[in-house]
Design a protein around this ligand. Structure first.
Ligand SMILES: [Ca+2]
Length: 395
């Protein structure tokens, strides 16, 4: 059947309207002239300068230009020579965490979390900035965490309102938490850790906060803040002090957790709020497994990317809501929870366009694959896209 031109036009307009109505926000591409492949974090220097730093997984940290159409980004740091990833290029390895010291303005210090090989490990290091340049000679290794696989090691780092550094570390298992790491409090993988970077009391490298749940180091490593974690990706504090952590699921459930001191978040006895079917041993009688405040199943997405609680001006309706997404299917939602962590709503804000691949037998490719949601200097949300784009979430 051949439709008259006008009818085709009307149909096209109709479909366009439908597509526009489906998304409550739009993504505006920024920094198109800058190479931003594999972005993992944007952090604002807490020194009043408003400088926005973009960390890329291959080890570059750029200072983004104020003019978002400019091609000029300053290279703050380049760790390309550090051999962060295995020769066969495993995609979860590299630079996965970047955070400024809360007193950066006075001390110029910032922190990185990246992988190293031979032996495979995750390291947390400190470095000092001089103006718009990092001084690599000042690098100081605080912590090294042995890894046994290329995947599931997390690596996001964030300072809490208490001034301590929180580190999200995955279970370092390929699948199934096969080495039973997440519940084992004698290892640092499958955990949220908390350390005091201003102290040198622990091996001369950092300090253990006295209020850490296992600070005495008896029956558990003193760095552990919470455990039973699978693969944390996206960790942030909101203005009320809640620590939000997205835990990537394996077979069925993606999780959003509120992390508390000493909390056991269930993996691998549980995935989401349910027993993990591939583990048949029962948890110890005294175990208190904390359910996520929200979960979604693999009908709605396949790999959660945690976000932030929105505190900007551009979206009045989203203030106080947690904006997060799914890396594989390219969706963005906003979650409203009350002060007790009870979820009141979860709203789909955006669905990525998909393009058919060259091979019709293959799955369509998703245009926007969020790796992080970060606030810019105005508090608006930047969506970092694995495909190499940086977007601002606009009306
Ligand atoms: Ca869990």
């Amino acid at each position: 059947m051949k439709l008259p031109t006008l009818a085709v036009l009307a149909l096209a307009l109709c479909f366009n309207d439908t597509a526009a109505a489906a998304d409550a926000v739009k993504l505006t591409r920024l920094y198109e002239k800058i190479e931003t492949k594999w972005p993992i974090a944007v952090a604002i220097a807490p020194d009043g300068s408003g400088r926005e730093f973009l960390a890329l997984q291959r080890g570059q940290i750029l200072i983004l230009p104020k003019d978002t159409s400019s091609a000029e980004a300053k290279v703050f740091l380049d760790l390309a020579s550090h051999n962060m990833e295995a020769v066969n290029g495993k995609f979860e390895e590299g630079l996965n965490g970047f955070a400024f010291h809360p007193k950066f303005k006075d001390n110029g210090l910032f922190y990185l979390c990246y992988t190293q090989q031979k032996p495979k490990r995750l390291i947390i290091t400190e470095m000092k900035a001089e103006g718009d340049k990092a001084d690599e000679k000042t690098e100081r290794v605080l912590l090294e965490i042995p890894l046994i696989n290329w995947n599931h090691h997390g690596g996001n780092i964030v300072f809490g309102p208490d001034g301590f550094l929180y580190i999200g570390v995955g279970d370092t298992s390929k699948r199934n938490d096969e080495k039973r790491m997440s519940q084992l409090t004698a290892v640092m993988v499958g955990k949220v850790l908390r350390i005091d970077v201003d102290s040198r009391e622990y091996h001369g490298a950092y300090g253990i906060p006295a209020s850490n749940p296992f600070a005495d180091g008896v029956d558990a490593l003193p760095q552990i803040y919470a455990y039973g974690i699978r693969n944390p990706w996206g960790m942030s504090f909101d203005a009320k002090g809640h620590l939000w952590l997205a835990d990537v699921g394996q077979d069925l459930w993606e999780e959003i957790n509120w992390i508390t001191a000493g909390g056991n978040y269930g993996w691998s006895f549980r995935e989401g709020a349910r027993q993990f079917p591939l583990r048949i041993d029962t948890p110890p009688a005294e175990a208190k497994l904390i359910d996520p405040i929200f979960e979604y199943n693999h009908g709605d997405g396949l790999s959660i990317t945690g976000g932030i609680v929105y505190a900007g001006k551009g979206h009045a309706d989203l203030v106080g809501q947690y904006v997060y997404g799914d890396f594989v299917i390219g969706k963005i939602w906003s979650l409203r929870a009350n002060d007790e962590g009870k979820v009141e709503s979860n709203t789909l804000l955006y669905t990525s366009p998909q393009t058919a691949g060259d091979n019709p037998k293959k799955k369509p490719s998703v245009l926007v694959k969020p790796t992080a949601f970060c606030a810019n200097a105005e508090g608006e949300i930047l969506v970092l896209d694995w495909n190499g784009a940086i977007y601002r979430m606009d009306k």
